[in-house]
Design a protein around this ligand. Structure first.
Ligand code: 5GP
Length: 203
């Protein structure tokens, strides 16, 4: 038997990334997927409206509250939560398929979702992305230009609440400089992939 045959089989790892909006999470996730193209990104369902530049099926699956409620009753979501007044849910089937097939999957979800996923999938790895400062976060939200003043205010208040949840996460990454933050994320992925406890017992 080859020495590496014992380490060649494992389940897919679920990586959860949470951050207050404006922390630069989307850019980080794009960078991570470029670095690890074999990784899948979970596409959530949401009742919020599509923003300019977003594509249905790529960024989210945009659905009506009625359809969301039907899917929720059918237990089609591994977790769901209300965020900024809208509903968001992670579809269960692709997630379970990825885990079974050994494909790692990235979940871009909020702190409530992270808690629910960790409860159901204890082997999941959670990472919290921190903005370097409040001032910088506000600046980034305003620069984005897609949100109204009132929405920005709501998102900032939400951010202050969300950051308090960091203690429940496994890792944190400060997004001061994109390149360094990306390197930290890559280090987490690489280390988690090398965990002996993730190997399936070979016979
Ligand atoms: P946005 O509307 O700005 O795209 O996302 C708002 C927040 O919802 C972000 O923090 C994002 O991570 C979170 N979110 C997106 N999809 C899901 C999901 O399926 N479940 C949960 N719990 N949060 C989500």
């Amino acid at each position: 038997m080859e020495p590496t045959s014992i380490v060649s089989r494992r389940q897919g790892i679920v990586f959860i990334i949470s951050a207050p909006s404006g922390a630069g999470k989307t850019t980080l996730i794009k960078g991570l997927l470029k670095r690890f193209p074999e990784m899948a990104l979970s596409v959530s369902y949401t009742t919020r409206l599509r923003r300019a530049g977003e594509a249905n099926g790529r960024d989210y699956r945009f659905i009506t509250p009625g359809r969301f409620s039907t899917m929720r009753s059918a237990r089609a979501f591994a977790e769901w939560a209300g965020v900024h007044g809208y509903l968001y849910g992670t579809p269960r089937a692709p997630l379970e398929r990825a885990i079974r097939s050994g494909r790692d999957m990235l979940l871009d979800i909020d702190v409530q979702g992270a808690r629910k996923i960790k409860r159901q999938y204890p082997a999941a790895v959670s990472i919290f992305v921190l903005p370097p400062s409040w001032r910088e976060l506000e600046k980034r939200l305003a620069l984005r230009g897609t949100d109204r003043r009132e929405t920005i205010r709501k998102r900032l208040a939400n951010a202050r609440r969300e950051i308090r949840a960091i203690m429940r996460y496994d890792y944190f990454v400060v997004n001061r400089e994109l390149k360094i933050a990306l390197e930290s994320l890559q280090a987490v992925v690489r280390a988690e992939r090398l965990r002996v406890s993730r190997l399936s017992a070979s016979k």
